[in-house]
Design a protein around this ligand. Structure first.
Ligand code: NAD
Length: 491
């Protein structure tokens, strides 16, 4: 149960969801539930050990083995995902409260984005369950042939997610895996288990065979590693930091397990001299300050042409100063706390070192001294390309800005590409030539022109360079849970 002043219930009594039922952790491990707005422990959930992961793998394997004779047909998978989406809608208020309590997210954001988009994502992926298909081929080798490909589910998949969008992260992992016909073992992040456990309760009511979806809170280094190394898990789908992604790729190498990794970013925002300054300023502020900057695709590296830097920076600073930071339960709050004291200290360390290294703190020099892990929206100007705040992912509400003089697209793209990451890039311009010219030159999984939003489940999402490999969303995101089998029949 949640303790203290908050009387809310912990879903599933904080136990592990294995084989369609709630089980206690075999080794008795626990993880604290901390409210980031108060900095207080408000409860505990069970932490899975490798023995619990073994049990979940056995349940998932059994579920797939009995999914025959049409009892888990594409249409049934579609309908279960649609039912889960409807269950999310029907329980939206409770899910929003859990997400706010656990992740410190402003309630207005959760109501507007996290909860409805989780349902929308499941509906999108539900549609794919009935549309996956192979092809027939005409062969050139002599003979009479029937040749085709079959698209088959990879099997049992382990899914490991971060804390920044806990419910959406779970829905976006479960949706495509179930659509493709896989069985799932999902491990939420240590900091944010509550909405995933509530999702498990809803899954119990939506027609999923027991064991087809298992949800187990646990430590990354224990339950996470056990998933990655388990011989009966065919694929790991990971979203999280680049460092953890690399560790997972190493751990999965021995079994040559399928692995997709969606990792960090340090996404450039390019403002050309002909940009609409007001739209750009609003987009830039939203792109870095939404969810307190804890978004993988946040535009955190602002590259602005010197001719428009003055008005642009002044307007972004004005928007940042007007943003309301505070109690996530207040519907007017735009920025809640960051996830933990560790993250708060890490983010502030980046800011302090940047200022010591010569950056100018335009907005956000004040510090929060009360309870909770709050950080003011922060803008650092006159940052140099070599500085760590321009190169590393801060994952907080911190915009690092530098100016450029050139209008040569190769030179501008080179500035933007001068980074280990390649997740997203943003371009603000009124010139179609600059827009398309930069789109071609930017080394990035996603490029957005004249917008900081435009997320849609139909659009593949993923990174190049150290932002990961593989794509989520769209056809590619569902096919990533399948193997392609080539069949050649001599007639
Ligand atoms: P993290 O890498 O610390 O943890 C992510 C998950 O991995 C957690 O569930 C954790 O328990 C688990 N984990 C940790 N060590 C593990 C190990 N050795 N083996 C297996 N699992 C392990 O990341 P985080 O701090 O929770 O999340 C923030 C990061 O996620 C940022 O870098 C952000 O950019 C990234 N992210 C990327 C995307 C994307 O789509 N590219 C989306 C959201 C977040």
């Amino acid at each position: 149960m949640v303790t203290g002043s908050d009387a809310r219930r912990i879903p599933g009594e904080g136990r592990l969801f294995i084989g369609g039922e709630w089980r206690s952790a075999q080794a008795g491990g626990v993880i604290d539930v901390v409210d980031p707005a108060l900095g207080e422990r408000v409860g505990q959930v069970a932490a899975a050990s490798s023995a619990d992961i073994d049990a979940a793998v056995a349940a998932a394997t059994a579920a797939l083995a009995s999914a025959t004779n049409g009892n888990w047909s594409p249409e049934k998978r579609q309908n279960a995902l649609l039912a889960l989406a409807s269950a999310i809608d029907a329980n939206a208020g409770e899910l929003a409260q859990l997400e706010m309590l656990d992740a410190g997210k402003p309630i207005s954001n959760v109501n507007m984005v996290d909860v409805p988009q989780s349902a929308a994502g499941l509906r999108y992926f539900a549609g794919w369950a009935t549309k996956l298909e192979g092809q027939t081929m005409a062969l050139s080798v002599p003979g009479d042939w029937h040749a085709c490909t079959l698209r088959e589910p990879v099997g049992v998949v382990g899914q490991i997610i971060p804390w920044n969008y806990p419910l959406m992260g779970a829905a976006m992992k479960i949706g495509p895996a179930i659509a493709a016909g896989c069985a799932v073992i999902l491990k939420p992040a240590e900091n944010t288990n509550l909405s995933a456990l509530r999702l498990a309760e809803l899954i119990q009511t939506c027609g999923f065979p027991p064991g087809m979806v298992n949800i187990l809170p646990g430590l990354g280094t224990e339950a996470g590693t056990a998933l990655v190394k388990h011989p009966d898990i065919a694929k790991i789908a990971f979203t999280g930091s680049t460092a953890t992604g690399k560790a997972i790729l190493r751990d999965a190498a021995d079994l040559l397990k399928r692995v997709t990794v969606e990792l960090g970013g340090k996404s450039p925002v390019i403002v050309m001299p002909d940009a609409d300054i007001e739209s750009a300023a609003r987009g830039i502020a939203m792109g870095i300050f939404f969810n307190s900057g804890q978004t993988c695709s946040a535009g955190s590296r602002l590259l602005v042409h010197a001719s428009v830097a003055g008005p642009l920076m002044a307007r972004v600073a004005e928007i940042a100063r007007a943003m309301s930071l505070g109690d996530p339960a207040n519907p007017k709050t735009q920025l809640g706390p960051v996830i933990s004291d560790v993250q708060r200290d890490r983010i502030l360390g980046y800011v302090d070192r940047a200022v010591a290294d010569g950056a100018r703190c335009l907005v956000g020099s004040e510090r929060h001294h009360g309870a909770g892990f709050y950080i003011h929206p922060t803008i650092l100007d006159d940052v140099q390309a070599r500085m760590e705040v321009m190169r590393e992912e801060v994952f907080g509400p911190v915009l690092a800005a530098m100016r450029f003089e050139t209008t040569d697209l190769d030179e501008i793209a080179a500035l933007a590409n001068d980074n280990d990451y390649g997740l997203s890039a943003y371009v603000w311009t009124s010139s179609i030539t600059s827009a398309l010219g930069l789109v071609k030159r930017l080394k990035s999984g996603t490029v957005r022109v004249n917008t900081a939003s435009g997320n849609d489940f139909a659009m593949p999402a993923g990174g190049v360079k150290q932002s990961g490999n593989g794509r989520e969303n769209g056809r590619a995101g569902v096919e990533a849970y399948t193997e392609l089998k080539s069949v050649t029949i001599a007639l």
